[in-house]
Design a protein around this ligand. Structure first.
Ligand code: FAD
Length: 437
């Protein structure tokens, strides 16, 4: 990508710096550039690069890609019709809703290609990408307000400072920039771990469903995995197989790798999910969930995606949340930049955490409670018992809850039930939008 060659040699000043070019950072940079804002996107890696992920998107994610102008009809995308949940010898298919504004299909694509496409889109819109540029810490003024970031640039790790009055932290689960600005993780919020591996599987690579397994056992403890396993088709001869879990409430740690090995032994041999067909090592990473880092705006710094713990506590999905938050942050910044620096601009910037709360607050609080009371103790099996699996209405409701189908409504009875349930969650105290604890 041309701008990669420019890494760190161009102008080191901008109206906004975005740290990290994953889905959150690329979305923020894209919408900022579209709004005419001069934006520098700093990324420690060189594209294309890998990211440990399940590579699955629900229709809500597809909708966001369309908003971002990504060509989802181009080769390389695999469409899905819905989800297939498997539990104790039973399975149920849940097609994505056909009504409502979101597309009626999901997508898969390896993050190797996906993130590359998104960052290219941001650059095409006018964002200035500096890849191989690792932000090492915030620059601040005397009042503790961020004024830029220091970084190490290129293969020779040259130190360089970048300056901007506003910075977006999109540096993923490490949340290095937010931490350095004093924004600690809330330890009461769930944090899961997930791991995945690619396999060559002609039998499963064109499966039209995202397959999810709810009855995996941890071999060491003999207890239910406090999470679920997945097999996602990539359409290129490969599947993405993985599992994610919360820390167990109770004795015994979760060993993801051992649980995956035991699970794969149960699967039909002709699926090909054996060592001989493995196409990558098994790799795992943290899933910061449930808004575990607040406030999402603090002294010139806006947090988006994993750096703010925006992974859904219901499902472990985080790509769409990252992209939507990137857009919301960009919108807020574009408006704020029309105000002179000072209290008026601050007032606009402080709307960002309030907007996130308005969109997702209740849904996330209900999810955090469910994750603590149910998923962390028993996994997903109680929700997928034989009574639920035999009832299409209950299965639809569950699917809508798990995939955050509540604020892009399909407008059917299931939505009415799910939205009603979410609306029963009380509003928060003053915490969202206040200073760091
Ligand atoms: C095993 C696994 C499976 C998952 N499966 C799914 C799934 O199927 N669907 C889904 O929706 N979500 C899934 N998720 C969650 C999803 O991967 C994340 O929520 C999503 O990637 C968050 O996007 P982000 O842009 O906030 O962070 P990231 O994607 O982590 O991007 C952060 C970027 O910042 C860069 N960076 C980091 N530090 C610096 C620095 N100091 N300076 C410059 N750049 C820096 C990184 O290189 C990276 O490019 C999964 C997660 C895991 C671990």
């Amino acid at each position: 990508m041309p701008s990669t060659e420019d890494a760190g040699n161009g102008d080191d000043r901008a109206q906004v710096i975005v740290v990290g070019a994953g889905p959150a950072g690329s979305a923020a940079a894209l919408f900022l550039a579209r709004a005419g804002v001069d934006v520098l996107l700093l990324e420690k890696s060189a594209f294309p690069r890998d990211k440990v992920c399940g590579d699955g998107l629900t229709p809500r994610g597809v909708q966001q890609l369309v908003r971002m102008g990504i060509d989802i009809d181009a080769p390389g995308w695999t469409r899905t019709r819905g989800m297939r949940w498997v539990c104790q010898g039973r399975q149920v298919h849940i097609d994505w809703p056909r009504s409502g504004s979101a597309p009626d299909f999901g997508l898969t694509r390896s993050r190797h290609d996906f993130d590359d496409l998104l960052v290219r889109r941001a650059v095409a819109a006018g964002a200035r990408l500096c890849s191989q540029t690792k932000a090492t810490g915030p620059l601040t003024d005397r009042a503790g307000r961020i004024t830029g970031v220091s970084a190490l640039v290129g293969a020779d790790r040259r130190p360089k400072d970048f300056h901007a009055p506003l910075v977006v932290a999109a540096d993923g689960a490490s949340a290095r920039t937010a931490l350095a600005m004093g924004l600690e993780r809330d330890p009461r919020m769930p944090i899961a771990t997930a791991g995945r591996r690619y396999y060559r599987s002609e039998a499963r690579t064109h499966d039209p469903y995202l397959e999810l397994w709810a009855d995996l056992l941890c071999p060491r403890t003999g207890r239910d995995l406090p999470g679920y396993g997945w097999i996602f088709p990539l359409g290129d001869g490969r599947v993405n197989v993985g599992l994610g879990a919360l820390p167990h409430r109770g004795p015994g740690a979760v060993d993801l790798r051992a649980t995956m090995d035991r699970w794969l032994e149960r699967l039909p041999g002709h699926w090909g999910l054996q060592e001989a067909n493995a196409d990558s090592p098994f790799r795992s990473a943290a899933l910061p969930m449930g808004f575990n880092r607040r406030p999402q705006y603090h002294r010139g710094l806006l947090l988006v995606g994993d750096s703010a713990g925006m992974v859904s506590p219901w499902s472990g999905e985080g790509i769409v949340q990252a992209m939507e938050a990137g857009e919301a942050a960009a919108e807020t910044i574009a408006l704020a930049l029309h105000r002179a620096p000072g209290p008026g601009r601050e007032q606009v910037l402080r709307r960002y955490p309030r907007e996130i709360e308005r969109r997702w607050g209740r849904y996330y609080r209900l999810g955090n409670t469910t994750a603590g009371l149910v998923f962390a103790r028993f996994g997903y099996r109680p929700l997928l018992n034989r009574h639920v699996m035999a009832s299409p209405a209950l299965v639809r409701t569950l699917a809508r809850l798990l995939t955050h189908g509540t604020d892009a409504p399909a407008g059917d009875l299931t939505d009415t039930v799910v939205s009603g349930l979410v609306r029963m969650v009380p509003l928060p105290g003053r915490r969202a939008g206040t200073g760091p604890r």
